[in-house]
Write a new protein. Structure first.
Length: 571
Protein backbone atom coordinates (compact mmCIF):
# COMPACT_ATOMS: atom_id res chain seq x y z
CA UNK A 1 0.00 0.00 0.00
CA UNK A 2 1.21 3.53 -0.82
CA UNK A 3 2.63 5.55 2.06
CA UNK A 4 0.55 8.55 3.10
CA UNK A 5 2.28 11.84 3.87
CA UNK A 6 0.81 11.70 7.39
CA UNK A 7 2.96 8.66 8.13
CA UNK A 8 6.27 10.48 7.65
CA UNK A 9 8.28 11.88 10.54
CA UNK A 10 8.06 15.46 9.19
CA UNK A 11 4.26 15.36 9.44
CA UNK A 12 4.38 13.97 12.97
CA UNK A 13 6.97 16.59 13.88
CA UNK A 14 4.50 19.32 12.91
CA UNK A 15 1.70 17.61 14.81
CA UNK A 16 3.83 17.67 17.94
CA UNK A 17 4.17 21.48 17.92
CA UNK A 18 0.72 22.50 16.63
CA UNK A 19 -0.94 22.77 20.04
CA UNK A 20 1.85 24.79 21.62
CA UNK A 21 2.04 27.15 18.66
CA UNK A 22 -1.58 28.26 18.93
CA UNK A 23 -1.12 28.93 22.64
CA UNK A 24 1.43 31.63 21.83
CA UNK A 25 -0.79 34.61 21.07
CA UNK A 26 -0.22 36.62 17.91
CA UNK A 27 0.22 39.66 20.17
CA UNK A 28 3.46 38.07 21.32
CA UNK A 29 4.54 36.77 17.93
CA UNK A 30 4.12 40.20 16.34
CA UNK A 31 6.50 41.74 18.88
CA UNK A 32 9.36 39.77 17.31
CA UNK A 33 10.52 42.03 14.49
CA UNK A 34 13.05 39.54 13.14
CA UNK A 35 10.32 36.93 12.84
CA UNK A 36 8.07 39.43 11.06
CA UNK A 37 10.85 40.43 8.64
CA UNK A 38 11.39 36.78 7.73
CA UNK A 39 7.68 36.46 6.88
CA UNK A 40 7.52 39.29 4.36
CA UNK A 41 8.50 38.64 0.75
CA UNK A 42 7.86 40.12 -2.67
CA UNK A 43 8.17 39.32 -6.35
CA UNK A 44 7.52 41.38 -9.48
CA UNK A 45 5.43 43.97 -7.63
CA UNK A 46 3.49 41.46 -5.50
CA UNK A 47 3.99 41.95 -1.73
CA UNK A 48 3.16 39.15 0.74
CA UNK A 49 3.09 39.47 4.55
CA UNK A 50 2.21 36.28 6.46
CA UNK A 51 3.50 37.39 9.86
CA UNK A 52 -0.08 37.27 11.22
CA UNK A 53 -0.27 33.51 10.65
CA UNK A 54 0.00 31.27 13.70
CA UNK A 55 3.51 30.15 12.83
CA UNK A 56 6.94 30.58 14.31
CA UNK A 57 10.17 30.50 12.36
CA UNK A 58 10.58 26.96 13.69
CA UNK A 59 7.19 25.93 12.28
CA UNK A 60 8.09 27.42 8.89
CA UNK A 61 11.27 25.34 8.82
CA UNK A 62 9.25 22.24 9.65
CA UNK A 63 6.75 23.05 6.88
CA UNK A 64 9.62 23.37 4.42
CA UNK A 65 10.89 20.00 5.66
CA UNK A 66 7.42 18.60 4.98
CA UNK A 67 7.58 19.97 1.43
CA UNK A 68 10.83 18.08 0.94
CA UNK A 69 9.34 14.90 2.36
CA UNK A 70 6.39 15.24 -0.02
CA UNK A 71 8.82 15.64 -2.97
CA UNK A 72 7.21 18.98 -3.78
CA UNK A 73 10.03 20.16 -6.04
CA UNK A 74 9.91 16.97 -8.09
CA UNK A 75 6.11 17.19 -8.39
CA UNK A 76 6.29 20.78 -9.62
CA UNK A 77 8.92 19.76 -12.17
CA UNK A 78 6.74 16.84 -13.29
CA UNK A 79 3.85 19.21 -13.90
CA UNK A 80 5.95 21.60 -15.98
CA UNK A 81 7.53 18.66 -17.83
CA UNK A 82 4.14 17.43 -19.02
CA UNK A 83 4.23 14.16 -17.09
CA UNK A 84 0.82 12.56 -16.65
CA UNK A 85 0.39 13.61 -13.04
CA UNK A 86 -3.42 13.45 -13.36
CA UNK A 87 -3.25 9.70 -12.89
CA UNK A 88 -6.96 8.91 -12.69
CA UNK A 89 -7.51 10.40 -16.15
CA UNK A 90 -4.00 9.61 -17.45
CA UNK A 91 -3.39 13.22 -18.49
CA UNK A 92 -0.75 15.90 -18.30
CA UNK A 93 -1.56 19.09 -16.37
CA UNK A 94 -0.27 21.95 -18.47
CA UNK A 95 -2.29 25.11 -17.92
CA UNK A 96 1.14 26.77 -17.59
CA UNK A 97 1.63 26.11 -21.32
CA UNK A 98 -1.37 28.33 -22.06
CA UNK A 99 0.62 31.44 -21.13
CA UNK A 100 4.13 30.32 -22.06
CA UNK A 101 6.15 32.60 -24.31
CA UNK A 102 6.10 31.69 -27.98
CA UNK A 103 9.67 30.39 -27.99
CA UNK A 104 9.34 28.19 -24.89
CA UNK A 105 9.33 24.42 -25.13
CA UNK A 106 6.87 22.42 -22.98
CA UNK A 107 6.23 18.83 -23.92
CA UNK A 108 3.22 16.57 -23.65
CA UNK A 109 3.72 13.09 -25.06
CA UNK A 110 7.02 14.20 -26.61
CA UNK A 111 5.35 17.04 -28.51
CA UNK A 112 5.95 20.73 -27.88
CA UNK A 113 2.45 22.01 -27.09
CA UNK A 114 3.45 25.67 -26.94
CA UNK A 115 3.31 25.95 -30.73
CA UNK A 116 -0.25 24.55 -30.72
CA UNK A 117 -1.21 27.06 -28.04
CA UNK A 118 0.13 29.95 -30.07
CA UNK A 119 -1.61 28.69 -33.22
CA UNK A 120 -4.89 29.08 -31.33
CA UNK A 121 -3.88 32.44 -29.84
CA UNK A 122 -3.00 33.73 -33.32
CA UNK A 123 -6.38 32.54 -34.56
CA UNK A 124 -8.10 34.32 -31.65
CA UNK A 125 -6.17 37.50 -32.40
CA UNK A 126 -7.15 37.41 -36.08
CA UNK A 127 -10.82 36.61 -35.43
CA UNK A 128 -11.30 39.09 -32.58
CA UNK A 129 -9.70 41.86 -34.62
CA UNK A 130 -12.01 41.15 -37.56
CA UNK A 131 -15.07 41.25 -35.30
CA UNK A 132 -13.90 44.40 -33.54
CA UNK A 133 -12.98 46.32 -36.70
CA UNK A 134 -16.21 45.37 -38.45
CA UNK A 135 -14.81 43.20 -41.22
CA UNK A 136 -16.71 40.24 -39.71
CA UNK A 137 -20.37 41.26 -39.56
CA UNK A 138 -23.66 39.60 -38.76
CA UNK A 139 -26.26 38.21 -41.14
CA UNK A 140 -27.76 41.64 -41.86
CA UNK A 141 -24.42 43.37 -42.31
CA UNK A 142 -24.34 45.03 -38.90
CA UNK A 143 -21.20 44.92 -36.72
CA UNK A 144 -21.28 42.42 -33.85
CA UNK A 145 -20.83 44.55 -30.75
CA UNK A 146 -22.37 42.26 -28.14
CA UNK A 147 -20.91 38.91 -27.08
CA UNK A 148 -22.66 36.23 -25.03
CA UNK A 149 -20.34 33.48 -23.78
CA UNK A 150 -22.20 30.27 -22.90
CA UNK A 151 -20.43 27.87 -20.56
CA UNK A 152 -20.55 26.63 -16.99
CA UNK A 153 -18.12 25.94 -14.15
CA UNK A 154 -14.57 26.61 -15.27
CA UNK A 155 -15.88 27.77 -18.63
CA UNK A 156 -17.67 30.60 -16.84
CA UNK A 157 -16.28 31.51 -13.41
CA UNK A 158 -12.70 32.24 -14.47
CA UNK A 159 -13.55 34.41 -17.51
CA UNK A 160 -16.22 36.22 -15.47
CA UNK A 161 -13.70 37.02 -12.71
CA UNK A 162 -11.21 38.46 -15.22
CA UNK A 163 -13.87 40.43 -17.12
CA UNK A 164 -15.27 41.92 -13.92
CA UNK A 165 -11.79 42.93 -12.79
CA UNK A 166 -10.98 44.53 -16.15
CA UNK A 167 -14.14 46.43 -16.95
CA UNK A 168 -13.37 49.32 -14.57
CA UNK A 169 -9.67 49.56 -15.42
CA UNK A 170 -9.13 52.97 -17.06
CA UNK A 171 -6.23 51.79 -19.22
CA UNK A 172 -8.47 49.28 -21.02
CA UNK A 173 -11.70 51.30 -21.10
CA UNK A 174 -10.89 52.77 -24.52
CA UNK A 175 -10.70 49.28 -26.00
CA UNK A 176 -14.24 48.23 -25.08
CA UNK A 177 -16.31 51.34 -25.84
CA UNK A 178 -19.63 50.41 -27.39
CA UNK A 179 -19.17 46.71 -26.65
CA UNK A 180 -20.83 44.34 -24.17
CA UNK A 181 -19.69 40.96 -22.83
CA UNK A 182 -22.18 38.80 -20.97
CA UNK A 183 -22.00 35.27 -19.60
CA UNK A 184 -24.75 32.66 -19.63
CA UNK A 185 -24.11 29.69 -17.35
CA UNK A 186 -27.15 28.58 -15.38
CA UNK A 187 -29.67 26.41 -17.21
CA UNK A 188 -32.35 28.30 -15.28
CA UNK A 189 -34.30 30.22 -17.98
CA UNK A 190 -34.06 33.31 -15.78
CA UNK A 191 -30.35 33.42 -16.59
CA UNK A 192 -31.19 33.21 -20.29
CA UNK A 193 -33.60 36.12 -19.94
CA UNK A 194 -31.07 38.22 -18.02
CA UNK A 195 -28.23 37.44 -20.42
CA UNK A 196 -30.19 38.34 -23.54
CA UNK A 197 -32.27 41.18 -22.12
CA UNK A 198 -31.94 44.26 -24.30
CA UNK A 199 -29.75 42.58 -26.92
CA UNK A 200 -30.53 42.45 -30.62
CA UNK A 201 -29.92 39.29 -32.60
CA UNK A 202 -28.46 41.41 -35.40
CA UNK A 203 -25.52 42.62 -33.28
CA UNK A 204 -24.96 39.57 -31.03
CA UNK A 205 -22.14 37.05 -31.34
CA UNK A 206 -22.43 33.88 -29.25
CA UNK A 207 -19.43 31.88 -28.01
CA UNK A 208 -20.34 28.34 -26.95
CA UNK A 209 -17.74 26.86 -24.60
CA UNK A 210 -17.85 23.10 -24.17
CA UNK A 211 -14.87 20.80 -24.66
CA UNK A 212 -17.02 17.83 -25.71
CA UNK A 213 -19.99 19.87 -26.93
CA UNK A 214 -22.16 17.59 -24.79
CA UNK A 215 -22.36 19.41 -21.43
CA UNK A 216 -26.10 19.23 -20.71
CA UNK A 217 -26.68 22.71 -19.28
CA UNK A 218 -24.42 24.46 -21.77
CA UNK A 219 -25.87 22.75 -24.82
CA UNK A 220 -29.49 23.39 -23.78
CA UNK A 221 -28.61 27.04 -23.30
CA UNK A 222 -26.84 27.00 -26.68
CA UNK A 223 -29.88 25.53 -28.40
CA UNK A 224 -32.09 28.10 -26.67
CA UNK A 225 -29.97 31.01 -27.87
CA UNK A 226 -29.73 29.45 -31.33
CA UNK A 227 -33.53 29.40 -31.48
CA UNK A 228 -33.56 33.05 -30.40
CA UNK A 229 -31.20 33.96 -33.26
CA UNK A 230 -33.10 31.90 -35.83
CA UNK A 231 -36.42 33.40 -34.73
CA UNK A 232 -35.28 36.78 -35.99
CA UNK A 233 -32.64 36.07 -38.63
CA UNK A 234 -33.33 32.59 -39.98
CA UNK A 235 -31.27 29.38 -39.81
CA UNK A 236 -28.45 30.59 -42.07
CA UNK A 237 -27.54 33.25 -39.50
CA UNK A 238 -26.11 30.68 -37.08
CA UNK A 239 -22.82 30.47 -38.98
CA UNK A 240 -22.31 34.23 -38.69
CA UNK A 241 -23.53 34.69 -35.12
CA UNK A 242 -22.23 31.61 -33.28
CA UNK A 243 -18.71 30.24 -32.75
CA UNK A 244 -17.38 27.48 -30.51
CA UNK A 245 -14.58 26.67 -28.11
CA UNK A 246 -14.48 22.90 -28.37
CA UNK A 247 -12.52 19.86 -29.45
CA UNK A 248 -15.52 18.01 -30.94
CA UNK A 249 -15.63 19.42 -34.46
CA UNK A 250 -18.27 16.92 -35.62
CA UNK A 251 -20.83 18.06 -33.07
CA UNK A 252 -19.85 21.69 -33.69
CA UNK A 253 -20.66 21.21 -37.38
CA UNK A 254 -23.88 19.32 -36.63
CA UNK A 255 -24.95 22.25 -34.46
CA UNK A 256 -24.65 24.60 -37.44
CA UNK A 257 -21.30 26.23 -36.66
CA UNK A 258 -18.54 26.24 -39.26
CA UNK A 259 -15.73 24.07 -37.81
CA UNK A 260 -13.30 26.74 -39.02
CA UNK A 261 -14.89 28.95 -36.37
CA UNK A 262 -14.10 26.50 -33.57
CA UNK A 263 -11.20 27.31 -31.23
CA UNK A 264 -9.36 24.37 -29.75
CA UNK A 265 -8.19 23.48 -26.29
CA UNK A 266 -6.80 20.25 -24.93
CA UNK A 267 -7.31 17.38 -22.52
CA UNK A 268 -4.35 18.61 -20.47
CA UNK A 269 -6.35 21.73 -19.56
CA UNK A 270 -8.77 21.19 -16.68
CA UNK A 271 -11.94 23.26 -16.91
CA UNK A 272 -11.26 25.30 -13.78
CA UNK A 273 -7.72 25.97 -15.02
CA UNK A 274 -8.86 26.98 -18.51
CA UNK A 275 -9.35 30.76 -18.31
CA UNK A 276 -5.97 31.25 -20.04
CA UNK A 277 -7.10 29.08 -22.97
CA UNK A 278 -9.59 30.04 -25.68
CA UNK A 279 -12.24 29.53 -22.98
CA UNK A 280 -11.34 32.91 -21.50
CA UNK A 281 -9.04 34.55 -24.04
CA UNK A 282 -11.57 34.48 -26.90
CA UNK A 283 -14.39 36.38 -25.11
CA UNK A 284 -11.88 38.68 -23.39
CA UNK A 285 -10.20 39.46 -26.71
CA UNK A 286 -13.56 40.18 -28.33
CA UNK A 287 -14.36 42.63 -25.54
CA UNK A 288 -10.99 44.25 -24.85
CA UNK A 289 -8.77 43.32 -27.78
CA UNK A 290 -6.08 40.66 -27.93
CA UNK A 291 -3.33 42.96 -26.65
CA UNK A 292 -5.13 43.37 -23.32
CA UNK A 293 -5.80 39.63 -23.02
CA UNK A 294 -2.14 38.95 -23.81
CA UNK A 295 -1.00 41.21 -20.94
CA UNK A 296 -3.15 39.07 -18.65
CA UNK A 297 -1.36 35.97 -19.95
CA UNK A 298 2.02 37.65 -19.39
CA UNK A 299 1.14 38.33 -15.75
CA UNK A 300 0.24 34.69 -15.21
CA UNK A 301 3.47 33.59 -16.92
CA UNK A 302 5.47 35.82 -14.56
CA UNK A 303 4.21 33.87 -11.56
CA UNK A 304 4.64 30.53 -13.37
CA UNK A 305 8.33 31.34 -13.75
CA UNK A 306 8.57 32.42 -10.10
CA UNK A 307 6.81 29.25 -8.92
CA UNK A 308 9.07 26.99 -10.97
CA UNK A 309 12.43 28.59 -10.20
CA UNK A 310 12.33 30.41 -6.84
CA UNK A 311 13.53 28.73 -3.64
CA UNK A 312 10.65 27.70 -1.42
CA UNK A 313 11.62 30.16 1.34
CA UNK A 314 10.69 33.05 -0.98
CA UNK A 315 8.23 31.29 -3.29
CA UNK A 316 4.84 32.97 -2.86
CA UNK A 317 2.56 30.14 -4.07
CA UNK A 318 4.57 27.55 -2.14
CA UNK A 319 4.46 29.58 1.09
CA UNK A 320 0.72 30.14 0.73
CA UNK A 321 0.11 26.46 0.02
CA UNK A 322 2.15 25.33 3.02
CA UNK A 323 0.33 27.77 5.30
CA UNK A 324 -3.02 26.42 4.11
CA UNK A 325 -1.89 22.85 4.83
CA UNK A 326 -0.83 23.98 8.31
CA UNK A 327 -4.15 25.69 8.99
CA UNK A 328 -6.31 22.85 7.68
CA UNK A 329 -4.51 19.67 8.64
CA UNK A 330 -2.65 20.69 11.82
CA UNK A 331 -4.63 23.53 13.39
CA UNK A 332 -8.02 22.17 12.31
CA UNK A 333 -9.35 25.28 10.57
CA UNK A 334 -11.51 23.98 7.69
CA UNK A 335 -12.39 27.29 6.04
CA UNK A 336 -10.64 30.26 4.45
CA UNK A 337 -12.07 33.72 3.79
CA UNK A 338 -10.88 35.50 0.65
CA UNK A 339 -11.27 39.22 1.25
CA UNK A 340 -10.24 41.49 -1.63
CA UNK A 341 -10.35 45.16 -0.70
CA UNK A 342 -11.26 46.04 -4.26
CA UNK A 343 -14.77 45.94 -5.71
CA UNK A 344 -13.39 44.96 -9.13
CA UNK A 345 -12.36 41.63 -7.56
CA UNK A 346 -15.91 40.78 -6.51
CA UNK A 347 -15.90 37.62 -8.66
CA UNK A 348 -12.50 36.43 -7.45
CA UNK A 349 -13.75 34.45 -4.44
CA UNK A 350 -16.42 32.59 -6.48
CA UNK A 351 -13.74 31.55 -8.97
CA UNK A 352 -11.38 30.39 -6.20
CA UNK A 353 -14.27 28.51 -4.60
CA UNK A 354 -14.42 26.27 -7.64
CA UNK A 355 -10.69 26.21 -8.28
CA UNK A 356 -9.92 25.16 -4.71
CA UNK A 357 -12.91 23.09 -3.67
CA UNK A 358 -13.21 21.13 -6.91
CA UNK A 359 -9.45 20.55 -7.00
CA UNK A 360 -8.83 19.56 -3.39
CA UNK A 361 -12.23 18.39 -2.21
CA UNK A 362 -10.99 14.81 -2.03
CA UNK A 363 -11.17 12.06 0.56
CA UNK A 364 -8.59 9.66 -0.87
CA UNK A 365 -4.96 9.92 -1.92
CA UNK A 366 -3.90 9.86 -5.56
CA UNK A 367 -3.42 6.10 -5.10
CA UNK A 368 -6.99 5.72 -3.79
CA UNK A 369 -6.14 5.34 -0.10
CA UNK A 370 -8.61 7.00 2.33
CA UNK A 371 -7.08 10.05 4.01
CA UNK A 372 -6.82 9.91 7.82
CA UNK A 373 -6.44 13.70 7.97
CA UNK A 374 -8.45 16.73 6.87
CA UNK A 375 -7.74 18.08 3.36
CA UNK A 376 -9.37 20.77 1.26
CA UNK A 377 -10.73 24.13 2.36
CA UNK A 378 -14.18 25.72 2.46
CA UNK A 379 -13.65 28.95 0.54
CA UNK A 380 -15.88 31.99 0.63
CA UNK A 381 -15.53 35.73 0.54
CA UNK A 382 -16.73 39.19 -0.40
CA UNK A 383 -14.97 42.44 -1.17
CA UNK A 384 -14.15 44.72 1.75
CA UNK A 385 -15.70 46.72 3.19
CA UNK A 386 -19.00 45.02 2.27
CA UNK A 387 -17.98 41.81 4.05
CA UNK A 388 -17.30 43.72 7.28
CA UNK A 389 -21.03 44.44 7.51
CA UNK A 390 -21.89 40.85 6.65
CA UNK A 391 -19.93 37.89 8.03
CA UNK A 392 -16.97 39.47 9.82
CA UNK A 393 -18.85 39.14 13.12
CA UNK A 394 -18.31 35.39 12.99
CA UNK A 395 -14.65 35.83 12.00
CA UNK A 396 -13.95 38.19 14.91
CA UNK A 397 -15.90 36.58 17.74
CA UNK A 398 -17.13 33.21 16.46
CA UNK A 399 -15.21 30.49 14.65
CA UNK A 400 -11.56 30.93 13.77
CA UNK A 401 -11.31 31.33 9.99
CA UNK A 402 -7.93 32.19 8.44
CA UNK A 403 -8.28 35.19 6.13
CA UNK A 404 -6.59 36.29 2.94
CA UNK A 405 -6.62 40.09 2.77
CA UNK A 406 -5.93 41.28 -0.79
CA UNK A 407 -5.26 44.97 -1.27
CA UNK A 408 -4.47 47.20 -4.25
CA UNK A 409 -2.16 50.19 -3.79
CA UNK A 410 -3.42 52.25 -6.74
CA UNK A 411 -7.19 52.38 -7.30
CA UNK A 412 -8.68 51.89 -10.75
CA UNK A 413 -11.11 54.75 -10.07
CA UNK A 414 -9.56 57.29 -7.67
CA UNK A 415 -11.79 59.94 -6.09
CA UNK A 416 -10.54 62.95 -4.11
CA UNK A 417 -12.97 65.14 -2.18
CA UNK A 418 -11.72 68.41 -0.76
CA UNK A 419 -12.09 68.68 2.99
CA UNK A 420 -12.01 64.91 3.61
CA UNK A 421 -9.34 63.54 5.94
CA UNK A 422 -8.45 60.82 3.42
CA UNK A 423 -9.57 59.96 -0.09
CA UNK A 424 -12.03 57.16 -0.81
CA UNK A 425 -9.40 54.56 -1.63
CA UNK A 426 -7.44 55.48 1.48
CA UNK A 427 -10.58 54.88 3.53
CA UNK A 428 -10.95 51.44 1.97
CA UNK A 429 -7.31 50.61 2.69
CA UNK A 430 -7.55 51.89 6.28
CA UNK A 431 -9.95 49.00 6.81
CA UNK A 432 -7.64 46.59 4.96
CA UNK A 433 -4.84 47.31 7.43
CA UNK A 434 -7.03 47.58 10.53
CA UNK A 435 -8.98 44.36 10.10
CA UNK A 436 -5.86 42.20 10.01
CA UNK A 437 -4.63 43.75 13.26
CA UNK A 438 -8.04 43.48 14.87
CA UNK A 439 -8.10 39.76 14.16
CA UNK A 440 -4.54 39.30 15.43
CA UNK A 441 -4.65 41.41 18.59
CA UNK A 442 -8.29 41.36 19.63
CA UNK A 443 -9.34 43.29 22.73
CA UNK A 444 -8.93 42.08 26.30
CA UNK A 445 -11.18 42.36 29.34
CA UNK A 446 -8.65 44.64 30.98
CA UNK A 447 -8.59 47.03 28.03
CA UNK A 448 -12.38 47.22 28.01
CA UNK A 449 -12.60 47.87 31.76
CA UNK A 450 -9.96 50.57 31.46
CA UNK A 451 -12.17 52.25 28.86
CA UNK A 452 -15.07 52.22 31.30
CA UNK A 453 -17.18 49.60 29.55
CA UNK A 454 -19.98 48.41 31.90
CA UNK A 455 -19.22 45.07 33.51
CA UNK A 456 -22.21 43.30 31.96
CA UNK A 457 -21.06 44.28 28.45
CA UNK A 458 -17.42 43.25 28.84
CA UNK A 459 -17.96 39.61 27.76
CA UNK A 460 -19.86 40.77 24.68
CA UNK A 461 -17.21 43.28 23.64
CA UNK A 462 -14.21 41.05 24.27
CA UNK A 463 -12.26 39.96 21.18
CA UNK A 464 -10.01 36.96 21.75
CA UNK A 465 -7.72 37.82 18.83
CA UNK A 466 -5.07 35.28 17.83
CA UNK A 467 -6.95 34.79 14.57
CA UNK A 468 -4.63 34.17 11.62
CA UNK A 469 -4.56 36.14 8.39
CA UNK A 470 -2.17 37.07 5.63
CA UNK A 471 -1.94 40.16 3.47
CA UNK A 472 -1.27 40.39 -0.28
CA UNK A 473 -0.67 43.81 -1.82
CA UNK A 474 -0.87 44.39 -5.57
CA UNK A 475 0.62 47.58 -7.02
CA UNK A 476 -2.52 48.11 -9.13
CA UNK A 477 -5.28 46.09 -10.75
CA UNK A 478 -4.30 45.79 -14.39
CA UNK A 479 -4.47 42.93 -16.91
CA UNK A 480 -0.94 41.95 -15.85
CA UNK A 481 -1.56 41.89 -12.10
CA UNK A 482 -4.89 40.08 -12.56
CA UNK A 483 -2.94 37.36 -14.35
CA UNK A 484 -0.43 37.27 -11.51
CA UNK A 485 -3.15 36.91 -8.88
CA UNK A 486 -4.82 34.08 -10.78
CA UNK A 487 -1.55 32.18 -11.18
CA UNK A 488 -0.63 32.60 -7.49
CA UNK A 489 -3.85 30.91 -6.40
CA UNK A 490 -3.72 28.20 -9.08
CA UNK A 491 -0.26 27.15 -7.92
CA UNK A 492 -1.10 27.56 -4.23
CA UNK A 493 -3.90 25.03 -4.67
CA UNK A 494 -1.60 22.66 -6.56
CA UNK A 495 0.96 22.89 -3.73
CA UNK A 496 -1.70 21.89 -1.21
CA UNK A 497 -2.65 18.87 -3.31
CA UNK A 498 0.99 17.88 -3.84
CA UNK A 499 1.61 17.98 -0.07
CA UNK A 500 -1.56 16.09 0.82
CA UNK A 501 -0.82 13.52 -1.89
CA UNK A 502 -4.18 13.93 -3.62
CA UNK A 503 -5.08 14.50 -7.27
CA UNK A 504 -5.97 18.19 -7.61
CA UNK A 505 -6.77 17.80 -11.29
CA UNK A 506 -9.74 15.45 -11.53
CA UNK A 507 -13.32 16.04 -10.33
CA UNK A 508 -15.21 12.77 -10.11
CA UNK A 509 -17.39 14.23 -7.39
CA UNK A 510 -19.46 16.17 -9.92
CA UNK A 511 -20.33 13.09 -11.98
CA UNK A 512 -22.82 11.28 -9.71
CA UNK A 513 -25.31 14.14 -9.64
CA UNK A 514 -25.11 14.42 -13.44
CA UNK A 515 -25.82 10.71 -13.82
CA UNK A 516 -28.83 10.79 -11.49
CA UNK A 517 -30.17 13.91 -13.23
CA UNK A 518 -30.30 11.97 -16.51
CA UNK A 519 -32.76 9.48 -14.94
CA UNK A 520 -34.94 12.33 -13.72
CA UNK A 521 -34.80 13.96 -17.15
CA UNK A 522 -36.05 10.76 -18.83
CA UNK A 523 -38.87 10.49 -16.29
CA UNK A 524 -40.04 14.09 -16.77
CA UNK A 525 -40.02 13.68 -20.54
CA UNK A 526 -41.92 10.40 -20.38
CA UNK A 527 -44.53 11.85 -18.03
CA UNK A 528 -45.03 15.01 -20.08
CA UNK A 529 -45.13 13.36 -23.51
CA UNK A 530 -46.61 9.91 -22.79
CA UNK A 531 -48.33 10.26 -19.43
CA UNK A 532 -46.01 7.68 -17.88
CA UNK A 533 -46.35 7.50 -14.06
CA UNK A 534 -43.39 8.34 -11.88
CA UNK A 535 -41.53 5.17 -10.88
CA UNK A 536 -38.10 3.91 -9.95
CA UNK A 537 -37.32 6.56 -7.32
CA UNK A 538 -37.40 6.57 -3.54
CA UNK A 539 -40.55 7.77 -1.80
CA UNK A 540 -39.22 11.26 -1.15
CA UNK A 541 -38.03 11.91 -4.70
CA UNK A 542 -41.21 10.36 -6.18
CA UNK A 543 -43.40 12.62 -4.05
CA UNK A 544 -41.44 15.74 -4.98
CA UNK A 545 -41.48 14.83 -8.68
CA UNK A 546 -45.21 14.15 -8.70
CA UNK A 547 -45.92 17.47 -6.99
CA UNK A 548 -43.65 19.33 -9.41
CA UNK A 549 -45.19 17.71 -12.49
CA UNK A 550 -48.76 18.21 -11.28
CA UNK A 551 -48.42 21.89 -10.43
CA UNK A 552 -46.18 22.59 -13.42
CA UNK A 553 -48.12 20.62 -16.04
CA UNK A 554 -49.76 23.52 -17.90
CA UNK A 555 -46.58 25.57 -18.30
CA UNK A 556 -45.10 23.43 -21.06
CA UNK A 557 -48.20 22.66 -23.10
CA UNK A 558 -46.96 24.80 -26.01
CA UNK A 559 -45.58 22.94 -29.06
CA UNK A 560 -43.53 25.87 -30.41
CA UNK A 561 -40.49 27.77 -29.19
CA UNK A 562 -41.33 30.03 -26.28
CA UNK A 563 -39.14 32.77 -24.79
CA UNK A 564 -39.52 34.89 -21.65
CA UNK A 565 -40.95 38.34 -22.31
CA UNK A 566 -37.51 39.91 -21.84
CA UNK A 567 -36.14 38.18 -24.95
CA UNK A 568 -39.19 37.84 -27.20
CA UNK A 569 -38.07 38.17 -30.83
CA UNK A 570 -39.13 41.38 -32.58
CA UNK A 571 -42.44 41.26 -34.42
Amino acid sequence: MATLISECSEWKDLQSVAGATTKTHLRELLKDEERCKSMITSYDGIFLDYSRQQVTTEVMKKLLNLAEAAHLKEKIESMFNGDRINKTENRSVLHVALRAKRDEVIHSDSKNVVQEVWDVLDKIKDFSERVRNGSWVGATGKPLTDVVAIGIGGSFLGPLFVHTALQTAPDVAEFCKGRQLRFLANVDPIDVAQSLDGLSQETTLVVIVSKTFTTAETMLNARTVRSWIISALGPNAVAKHMVAVSTNLKLVKDFGIDPNNAFAFWDWVGGRYSVCSAVGILPLSLQYGFSVANKFLQGAESIDKHFKTTSFEKNIPVLLGLLSVWNVSFLGYPARAILPYCQALEKFAPHIQQLSMESNGKGVSIEGVPLPFAAGEIDFGEPGTNGQHSFYQLIHQGRVIPCDFIGVIESQQPIYLSGEAVNNHDELMCNFFAQADALAYGKTNEELKAEGVPEHLVPHKTFSGNRPSLSILLPNLSPYTIGQLLSIYEHRIAVQGFIWGINSFDQWGVELGKSLASHVRKQINATRTKGMPVSGFNYSTSTLLKHYLKVNSDVYSSTHDCFPPAILPPK
